[in-house]
Write a protein that binds this ligand. Structure first.
Ligand code: SAM
Length: 408
C-alpha cells in the first residue's frame, strides 16, 4: 500500500455487501418483489396492503395481531412524537464527536447539504426571492445550509414546540453573529402537526409560495393513516410554485422489508441501530409500524412509506418524480464532483482508515472495518481511505433521497 497524506476521503471505500443490497433492491422494485401500487390488494377490513412477500401457514390470525389494531385512533402517535423530540437533548460538538455514529451523522448531513445545494441551484431565478419551507425542521439542523444557499425567506414547521424554540434561538444567534454586511434570510416558526393541520392557515403571509419544500427524515411519520399522509403531502406541495421542488430523505420500504424478511426474528440491526416490526409478511400501505432505535435509544414509532404509492399520491398536486435514489446511489454519483468531495472532507463525513496514531477508530471491533482493510492491503491503494464502519453504513443505507418537481 502507498501512503498518500492527502488521500483522506479522496479515496473512499464502503462495505461491498451494501452494493449487492442495492442491486437486489432495484431488481425487486422492477417487479421481482413488492408489487407496484397498481397491484395493491385489500384485506377483509378494506385496508389496502402491500402484497405479501411470502406467506406462512401460521398467519390466519393476521387481523387480530395487526399493528393497526393496536393503534390509538384518537391522537395516534403525534403526541408521542412531539414529546420524544421535545425531550431530546441538544448536545454540543465535543459530545457529538465522541458518539459512535459521529461519522454517520456527518455523512447524512453531507448528503442533505449536497441535495439542498443542487436543488437551490435549480430553482434560483435571477433576482427573484427564494422561499423555502423546512417541514419537520427539528432544532434547525439545516439552518446553515439555507444561509449558505442565500435564500430570502424560510418557514420552519415542526410538531415539537421545544425543537421549534431551539430552532428559533439558533436562528437568532446566527443573525446576531453574522458578518456586518451579510443579509440573512427572514424566518417564521410554526408549531404544527403537519399530518393533521393545514400549514397555510397558520402562516403570517397567507399568499406566500415556496420554491422548495424540504422534508428531511420526517415523511415516514405521516404514513400512520392515509389522511395523515395526504395532509403532510398537501402541506409540502400545495404552496409550491410551478418549477418548485419537494425534496427529502426517508427510509426505503423495500430495504426495510428485505432486511426484515432475511432476519430470523421480527427485528434486524447491529450495534448502532435496530428496527423492530410487530410481525412479518403483512405490510399494510398505511399504519405499517416499526420501532427504530439508534445507539440504544428507542425512537418513536415510524411507518413504512411505500414509494410507488407516495409517487402516485403526489400526482394530485401535479408533482413529477425527478429522482429517487438510495443513499449509496446518491453518494456514488455525487462523490465524483470535486466540490462535493471537498465538502465531504470539510464535514468529516467519512472516517479516516487507518486512523492516525493519536486517534481511535469509531469502533474497536476489527470486523467493522474488514471491507476497508481488504482494500488497504492491495498494493496500489493510496491510504488513508475514507470510510464508514460496517454498522454505520448498514444504518444509513436504509434511507433514500427523493426530489419531486411541481409541474404547471
Ligand atoms: C429525525 S428529525 C429530523 C429533523 C430535521 N429535519 C433534520 O433533518 O435534522 C424528525 C423531525 O420530524 C418532526 N415531526 C415528526 N412528526 C411530525 C409531524 N406530524 N408534524 C411536524 N413535524 C413532525 C419531529 O418533531 C422531528 O423534529
Amino acid at each position: 500500500m502507498e501512503k498518500d497524506p492527502n488521500a483522506h476521503v479522496s479515496n473512499v471505500d464502503l462495505p461491498e455487501n451494501i452494493n449487492q443490497v442495492s442491486t437486489e433492491h432495484r431488481a425487486r422494485e422492477e417487479g421481482n418483489g413488492l408489487p407496484s401500487s397498481s397491484t395493491q390488494t385489500s384485506d377483509n377490513s378494506g385496508r389496502p396492503q402491500i402484497s405479501h412477500l411470502k406467506r406462512r401457514d401460521d398467519d390466519d390470525d393476521d387481523e387480530a395481531k395487526s399493528p393497526l389494531k393496536k393503534l390509538d385512533t384518537g391522537e395516534g402517535h403525534s403526541q408521542k412524537v412531539a414529546s420524544h423530540y421535545n425531550t431530546l437533548q441538544e448536545c454540543g460538538l465535543a459530545a457529538r464527536s465522541q458518539s459512535r455514529i459521529f461519522y454517520m451523522r456527518n455523512f447524512n448531513n453531507w448528503l442533505k447539504s449536497v441535495l439542498i445545494g443542487e436543488i437551490l441551484d435549480k430553482v434560483r431565478r435571477g433576482p427573484e426571492q427564494l422561499c423555502v419551507l423546512d417541514l419537520g425542521c427539528g432544532k434547525g439542523g439545516d439552518l446553515l445550509k439555507w444561509r449558505k444557499g442565500r435564500i430570502d425567506r424560510l418557514v420552519c414547521a415542526d410538531i415539537a414546540a421545544v425543537s421549534i424554540e431551539q430552532c428559533q434561538q439558533r436562528y437568532s444567534d446566527m443573525r446576531r453573529k453574522c458578518r456586518p454586511n451579510e443579509r440573512i434570510f427572514s424566518a417564521e416558526f410554526v408549531v404544527a402537526d403537519c399530518t393533521k393541520e393545514l400549514l397555510s392557515e397558520k402562516l403570517k403571509g397567507s399568499e406566500i409560495s415556496f420554491d422548495i419544500c424540504s422534508c428531511q427524515f420526517v415523511y415516514h411519520y405521516s404514513f400512520e393513516t392515509r389522511e395523515q399522509a395526504e395532509m403532510m403531502l398537501r402541506n409540502a406541495c400545495e404552496r409550491l410554485r410551478p418549477g418548485g421542488y419537494f425534496i427529502g430523505t426517508t427510509p426505503d420500504a423495500f430495504e426495510l422489508v428485505k432486511r426484515l424478511e432475511a432476519s430470523e426474528s421480527n427485528s434486524f440491526g447491529n450495534e448502532v441501530f435496530k428496527v423492530t416490526f410487530q410481525k412479518k409478511e403483512d405490510y399494510p400501505l398505511f399504519g405499517c409500524q416499526y420501532d427504530f432505535s439508534l445507539e440504544g435509544v428507542v425512537n418513536v414509532p415510524e411507518f413504512l412509506v411505500y414509494f410507488p404509492l407516495f409517487e402516485e399520491m403526489a400526482k394530485k398536486y401535479n408533482m413529477r418524480l425527478v429522482f429517487k435514489k438510495t443513499f449509496r446511489e446518491f453518494f456514488e454519483e455525487k462523490i465524483q464532483n470535486e466540490q462535493h468531495k471537498f465538502l465531504m472532507k470539510k464535514m468529516q463525513a467519512l472516517e479516516q482508515y487507518p486512523a492516525e496514531e493519536r486517534n481511535k477508530l469509531a469502533s474497536d471491533c476489527p470486523e467493522e472495518y474488514e471491507h476497508v482493510k481488504r482494500k488497504v492491503e492491495c498494493a496500489d491503494t493510496k491510504v488513508p481511505l475514507g470510510t464508514l464502519s460496517k454498522s454505520e453504513w448498514e444504518a444509513t443505507s436504509i434511507y433514500l433521497v427523493f426530489a419531486f418537481e411541481k409541474m404547471s
